[in-house]
Design a binder for this molecule. Structure first.
Ligand SMILES: [Mn+2]
Length: 384
C-alpha cells in the first residue's frame, strides 16, 4: 500500500539528520509561524536544523518566539575533495599557497621519501550540508526568491518535502503534502507534530503560539469564509497547549505603528465602490509609502480588518504599487464568491476566499481602469 504524504514526511524526517527549512519571500504569519514551530520541534528531536527566513519580517510578527534563531541565509555549496593515494608514498607535510593576482592556489604535498605521481591524485565532491529540505507554505520554488536562485544543484540533489495548502501549488517536491482543506500550513503542521511525537507530546507554549499565529493569520482571526470546524478544533488544542492567543491578537490586530495608521488612512480615502457589480477597490501608490514612511509590508491587514466590513459587496480588491509591480489582493466577502477565479484573470491565484496577482511593470495610473473593467466584465458574466 502506498504511504500517505503524512507518513512519507514523518519517515523522511525521522531518517534525516541535517535538515534545511525554507519558506516564501515576504513571509506572513503562517509562513513564519510554521517555520519556527517546525524548527523548534526538530531541535527537540535532536536534528541539526537550519531554518532560513528572508530579510523582511513585518513589525506585527516580531513577537514570535525564537525569531533570532532563524538564519538569514545558508550555504548550498559542497566541498571539492582532492584525494592522494598514500599506498606507496607517505605524506610528511601539507601546505598551500594562494596567489590571488594569478588566480591560483597551490596545494603543496611534501612526501616523506619517494615521490607522488599524477596517478596518485583523484578528485571528488563532498556531500551537501543538508540531507533533507522542507519548504513550507510556498506554491512553487520560485517563491523562495534568493533562497532558491543559484542553488539549483542543491535542490536537484537533495530530497525536497513540499508542505502547503495553496490550490496553485505545483507539486515541486519529492514528497508533496498539499492539503487544500487546511486553512493554513500551520494546521498541517499540527498533524505532522502529532505524527512525529512518539513518546511524549512535542508541542510546548512557544510552538503552540507559533502555530496559532499561522491559523489566526490565514483565517483572519476566524473571520474569513475559509474558517473550518477543523481549524477551530486545532486552534482550541493549541490554546490548551499554552498558545498565547491574546498576545497574537494584540500584536497582529491591535497594535499599529503610527505610519500604518497614516497609510491605512490613505487607503480608505481611495476606496471606490461599484454598486451594480458588487465590489469595492482601493489603491496604494508608491508616493503613499514615501509620504507616510510606511514599509511595503504595512498594507497587510487593511483588507481583512477594514475594507471587508463594507456592506452589500461580493469581494474587495486592493491594488498596491511596490517593487516595480502592481500587486492585487482579493478577499471574498459573500459566501460562495470565488476570488481565486478573479485572480486567475491576471495570472494569479490562491484560494476561494483569498487570492492575489502580480503584474510586473504595471502601475495604478496606467492599468487601474483596465483591471477594474476586466473584473466588471467577469461579474456580468457570472450574473448573466
Ligand atoms: Mn498560508
Amino acid at each position: 500500500m502506498e504511504l500517505t504524504p503524512k507518513q512519507q514526511t514523518t519517515q523522511a524526517i525521522t531518517s534525516a539528520s541535517k535538515i534545511l527549512l525554507l519558506t516564501h519571500v515576504n513571509p506572513d504569519g503562517d509562513a513564519l509561524g510554521s517555520l519556527l514551530a517546525l524548527f523548534l520541534v526538530l531541535k527537540k528531536l535532536g536534528k541539526d536544523v537550519t531554518a532560513v527566513a528572508p530579510e523582511l519580517v513585518p513589525n506585527s510578527l516580531e513577537f514570535l518566539p525564537n525569531l533570532p534563531d532563524l538564519a538569514k541565509n545558508f550555504s548550498g555549496t559542497k566541498d571539492f575533495i582532492i584525494t592522494i593515494n598514500t599506498s606507496k608514498t607517505q605524506v610528511e607535510r601539507l601546505g598551500y599557497k594562494h596567489y590571488p593576482q594569478e588566480n591560483k592556489l597551490n596545494i603543496v604535498i611534501t612526501p616523506s621519501g619517494g615521490s607522488f605521481g599524477q596517478e596518485d591524485v583523484s578528485f571528488s565532491y563532498g556531500s551537501f550540508k543538508f540531507d533533507l529540505i522542507i519548504v513550507l507554505d510556498s506554491p512553487d520554488l520560485e517563491r523562495l526568491g534568493p533562497l532558491y536562485d543559484g542553488q539549483n544543484a542543491l535542490f536537484y540533489e537533495t530530497p525536497v518535502i513540499n508542505i502547503d495548502h495553496h490550490s496553485g501549488n505545483d507539486f515541486f517536491g519529492k514528497i508533496n503534502w498539499v492539503d487544500l482543506t487546511s486553512t493554513s500550513t500551520a494546521e498541517i503542521m499540527v498533524a505532522l507534530l502529532e505524527s512525529l511525537a512518539r513518546e511524549k507530546p512535542l508541542i510546548d507554549e512557544n510552538i503552540a503560539t507559533a502555530l496559532l499565529t499561522g491559523i489566526i493569520t490565514d483565517t483572519g482571526s476566524f473571520q474569513n469564509a475559509n474558517t473550518t470546524p477543523k481549524s477551530l478544533t486545532v486552534a482550541a488544542q493549541l490554546v490548551a497547549a499554552g498558545g498565547r492567543q491574546q498576545e497574537i491578537i494584540r500584536s497582529i490586530f491591535k497594535t499599529k505603528p503610527f505610519s500604518t495608521l497614516k497609510l491605512w488612512g490613505r487607503i480608505l480615502e481611495s476606496v471606490k465602490q461599484d454598486v451594480p457589480h458588487r465590489f469595492i477597490w482601493a489603491k496604494v501608490i508608491r508616493k503613499d509609502f514615501e509620504d507616510t514612511g510606511a514599509q511595503n509590508t504595512q498594507t497587510s491587514g487593511v483588507i481583512d480588518e477594514l475594507l471587508k466590513s463594507a456592506p452589500n459587496i461580493d469581494f474587495v480588491l486592493l491594488l498596491t504599487e511596490r517593487n516595480g509591480q502592481l500587486d492585487g489582493s482579493l478577499r471574498s466577502v459573500a459566501p460562495g464568491v470565488d476570488v481565486n477565479a478573479i485572480a486567475q484573470l491576471f495570472g494569479g491565484g490562491g484560494h476561494e476566499a483569498a487570492a492575489g496577482f502580480q503584474i510586473p511593470g504595471a502601475s495604478i495610473i496606467v492599468n487601474e481602469d483596465e483591471i477594474v473593467n476586466k473584473i466588471r466584465e467577469y461579474q456580468r458574466r457570472r450574473a448573466g
